[in-house]
Design a protein around this ligand. Structure first.
Ligand code: FES
Length: 87
């Protein structure tokens, strides 16, 4: 489990082990676009401002993953205790 701070929405959400960031955002009333929800299509791409991403998708390439500047919120998670997203 980890926390996600949504910089533009001025909200911090707790993401439990069994839920995705995308699900957690929806549970909290946010409207977020998605399609495949399997880390393949790119629809849920979100900017990362702070924190290290545990990439679980097959959409971003190696370089993009290493840049730690974006995340697919339908499958990927935080490596640490907190992420700050540009949403
Ligand atoms: Fe398709 Fe996240 S919804 S990659």
């Amino acid at each position: 489990a980890f926390d996600v701070e949504l910089a533009r929405s001025a909200m911090t959400l707790h993401v439990p082990a069994g839920k995705t960031i995308l699900e957690t955002m929806r549970d909290n009333g946010l409207t977020v676009a998605s399609s495949c929800e399997q880390g393949a299509c790119g629809t849920c791409l979100t900017g990362v401002i702070e924190g290290e991403v545990d990439h679980q998708d097959v959409y971003l390439n190696k370089t993009e993953k290493a840049s730690n500047t974006c995340i697919m919120t339908c499958v990927s998670r935080a490596k640490g205790e907190r992420l700050v997203l540009d949403i």
